[in-house]
Design a protein around this ligand. Structure first.
Ligand code: SF4
Ligand code: SF4
Length: 370
């Protein structure tokens, strides 16, 4: 239906059309909210109305069948309303406390054939909510690691931390499968970023036809690419040449030119960053720092990656004060000590700039040279 005040009816309908009636009624008039148990929030309105939200984890890349099931649950318990958070948690909202129990029972009774929960409840407060993550090997063209695979195994490992609220503070995790970082890696407590470690291959056969050579040259931040010519099947073709010692494996050129692929089974893997946050509680927002320069890709269960993240989580749980995020904790004890207590190795790859000792900086990007 046309909305009042809208110039046209093109595009998605106005979001207020989709709000549950109790939220429409109390829009902008909320007094406070509290977490009444792990995974369940209560929002109180000035009118006295209450909204109870039950949060469940989701795999983000889900089947149409699972989405239909989510919609059926929303129809059954929530008047047809459901929402996804920015971290891909699914939230079911009901307007009275007596509806929470049946909704929770229904959610926890639904299991996959292997017995795992389809809709595990959790992810609130001092817990690990769903991991913000990107597309991975299935959907994107530049990944150096998968997204859904590492996320699944990390969340399996941290399931207790998802279901309970026993951490010192909320712990936000992110996974981005390349350093374009479509996920929020630069400001997460723990972030996994896919990195390449080898320069692009050059497909001389097709480069001239599928690539704007000046664009590929301009895309390189280190000026490693120059126009070139080569012999291919007896004739001269226009192509590019890459100065490998200048390449930092960022993949910008591949984004511009599909004839410069740099995915490599041995070279690709993950870096781990920690200590970022967007909150300004206790201290200002912070960027994440690289603390592990490389972990190999080990599908399907990424054991080294999972073990390393467990080490960081356990050391944080043991050493942090209440309300301290990972970055606050590391800054209080000192980053040197952070490496001691987590058992991580400090390597030269974690330093950004060796040109002048006065300006050594700690790496906050994953564009670096091996
Ligand atoms: Fe694609 Fe990189 Fe984004 Fe992953 S992080 S979805 S590989 S651009
Ligand atoms: Fe340049 Fe990055 Fe391509 Fe290497 S991967 S050639 S640094 S654009």
């Amino acid at each position: 239906k046309p909305m009042e005040g809208r110039i046209s009816d093109i595009g998605p309908r106005h979001y207020t059309d989709f709000l549950p009636p109790v939220i429409q009624k109390n829009y902008g008039k909320w007094l406070y909210h509290e977490i009444i148990e792990p995974g369940v929030l209560m929002h109180k309105a000035e009118s006295g109305d209450e909204v109870y939200t039950v949060r469940v984890g989701s795999a983000r890349l889900v089947s149409v069948g699972l989405i239909r099931e989510i919609c059926d649950i929303a129809d059954k318990h929530c008047g047809g309303h459901v929402r996804w958070t920015t971290r891909n948690n699914v939230e079911f909202m009901v307007d009275s406390k007596d509806k929470v129990g049946p909704l929770k029972d229904d959610l926890m009774s639904r299991k996959f054939a292997g017995g795992s929960y389809k809709f595990p409840i959790g992810g609130t407060g001092a817990s690990v909510p769903n991991i913000v993550h990107t597309q991975g090997w299935v959907h994107c063209h530049t990944p150096a690691t998968d997204a859904s695979g590492p996320v699944k195994v990390i969340m399996d490992e941290l399931f207790k931390e998802f279901q309970s609220m026993e951490l010192p503070a909320p712990m936000r995790l992110a996974v981005a499968c390349c350093l374009n970082m479509c996920g929020a890696c630069h400001c997460s407590d723990i972030a996994v970023v896919g990195i390449h470690r080898k320069p692009p291959l050059i497909d001389h056969e097709v480069l001239e036809n599928i690539c704007e050579i000046p664009l590929a040259v301009a895309a390189c931040p280190t000026a490693a690419i120059r126009p070139s010519k080569t012999e291919f099947e007896g004739k001269e073709v226009k192509t590019v040449a890459i100065k490998e010692e200048r390449c930092m494996f960022c993949g910008n050129c591949y984004t511009m030119c599909a004839a410069l692929p740099l995915a490599d089974a041995e070279g690709d893997g993950c870096a781990i960053m920690v200590g970022g946050k967007v909150s300004n509680r206790i201290s200002n927002p912070k960027f994440s720092k690289v603390v592990v320069a490389y972990v190999p890709n080990e599908p399907p269960r990424w054991p080294s990656l999972v073990k390393t993240i467990r080490q960081i989580v356990d050391a944080y749980k043991k050493g942090a004060n209440k309300y301290e995020r990972v970055g606050d904790w590391a800054e209080r004890i000192g980053w040197e000590r952070f490496f001691d207590v987590t058992g991580l190795e400090f390597s030269k790859h974690l330093i950004d700039d060796f040109r002048d000792p006065a300006y050594y900086t700690w790496r906050q990007t994953t564009n670096f040279k091996w």
